[in-house]
Design a protein around this ligand. Sequence first.
Ligand code: AMP
Length: 658
Amino acid sequence: MNFADLGLSEDILKAVADAGYDTPTPIQSQAIPSVLMARDILGCAQTGTGKTAGFVLPMLDILHHGRARMRMPRSIILEPTRELATQVAANFDTYGKYMSLSKALIIGGESFVEQQKILEKGADVIIATPGRLIDTFERGKLLLSDCKLLVIDEADRMLDMGFIPDIEKIVNMLPKQRQTLFFSATMPKEIRRLADKFLSNPKEITVSPPSTMATTVEHKLLVMDEMDKREALRKLVRQEDVKNAFVFCNRKKDVDILFKSLTKHGFNAGRMHGDLVQSERTETLDKFKTGEITLLICSDVAARGIDVADVSHVFNFDVPFNAEDYVHRTGRTGRAGRAGKAFMLAVPEDGKLVAAINKSINMDIPLTELEGIETLELDFTGKKRRVKKSRKAPQRDASPRNDRPARSNNRNDRAERDSKAANTGANVPAAPEAKQQDARPAQQPRDNTTQRDAKPRNERSNRPERQDRNDRSSGRSASRRDRDDRYDRHDRHDRHDRDDKPVIGFADHVPAFLLTPVPASSLGKPRADEVEKKVPARKTPSKASAEKVTAEKSASEKTGTAKTARAKPTRTRTTRATAKKASPAPEPKDEAAAVSAPAASQTPAPASAQEPASAPVADDAPAKEEKPKAARRPRKKPAPKKAAKTETADAETTGSEG
Ligand code: AMP
């Protein structure tokens, strides 16, 4: 069968011939005629099978007969990532170059204004990521009533990325009478449910993954300690004849760390993940395509569909969580029948993941070793290994994993070594380990970066995570935000990343709350500062203080100060203790002494009996506040013992006295 048999128009056939395609791929030969007959398609096909042409070619043919109107696109292609959308848009240009159809690329990270201008002119097809499409629609810049053809590409990827609610929303915005082409690399239950919901009597097409992967790609597996991986990667890149390579990490932050590390070691590297601004992503990808960058460190955002010709190597710096992802990642090399090499760096507890990959690709990835890197064995029990914080001495490495000391011990060992080294100014005796570390930049093994680098293993079991929460919260409201910033699935681990801190047990650690001072008041004893604070707050006098007031009143009446005491009973709030402090003069034994004592010690004078004495003091301090003090003094006289007994209680519980 050739393309001419598929019922495509001349313009398209010409463009296909220009692209150098002679024979349609299986997905193309099955899908194209059905799409041209206006049937829905449920295609189970991966990237690399030629599925893009499988839907773009017939779409061009359909759209050829009609005209786009302002803001009313006639078809939509939904892609999970901006890169894929951009790539499909490029295919649209390639295959439609002899047609005058217009397209709009509506993806996040790009200017709304520019995209809206294109929509204003009218687009035959919109190639979009779900979030930006919804944002544009909600801004009222898009009318979808004329959109009769929908393509949902990489549906399982959409599911992984949490886009399904957005997809459902978009489908609800479209006319019920439409043609839907639905493609997914795999058909899990959820995807099947969606397919049943969105499609009407679809033609089901299943094509096997591109055979090129198994035959032209040489796969290798290395098992080592997490801490050895960066060094191993550098060795591998140096050893291998790497023309250009994708280096895949499971998490965005590891992409950053590895990128920095490789750059520091003089490698020509770039990085790509969902947290980077689109301009940087586009620029990096362009540089990689043109050969300006040799190593592209990336998350799975680049695993699917990114079509870079002639990639010599793929390095899986982390074992992917999903076996399919291994296929997608390694599918970046060995394209179009070319030879390629795929290396995977595993740690022992990746055993189960490696087994799943082996099963999925129907072969056991051959193990290989690297000189200078200790080879470990895969553990298939699924047990989590303690994260190793530093390189272990050879004798420890030789012992079974279970016998190894816990992490806290390692840390102590290392701290001890560090302090020794600092004290002596020389390398510590644990020579092999120290030597290895010396090969690295001075601070590298102990900085936070390295510690973080050692942590991913802990988090691998906590798989699903919604990503780019930060993106969501910042800027415009949630509805206006770039929803498609939720990027690749594995980047969802960022939420766990924030919880990376080691858990401290009770063994050798005193929790902070146990070190918190206990307020004296809670032990039934007053503290001076508490006393001062509490006094004004109290309004109800206690029994003891009531007695004092009574005593004071009677004393005041005798001395003629009662009037003053009544007038301002609560203004001066001095405890007996502070009063003592403030006036160290001996307690007066009679009224005259009680009145004169404050004057002698420059405390405010009483108001009535000793007017002349108090007058000069009143200039400096408000007389109203000071008067009650003088009134208080005599109260000891009638009940000195009781007052002494209740002193503490007064200070703690009452504040009614001046
Ligand atoms: P896709 O699966 O759509 O990402 O396509 C994978 C690669 O196959 C792309 O580089 C296409 O240019 C190429 N391709 C698509 N159809 C054909 C074909 N019929 N013959 C040869 N190459 C093709």
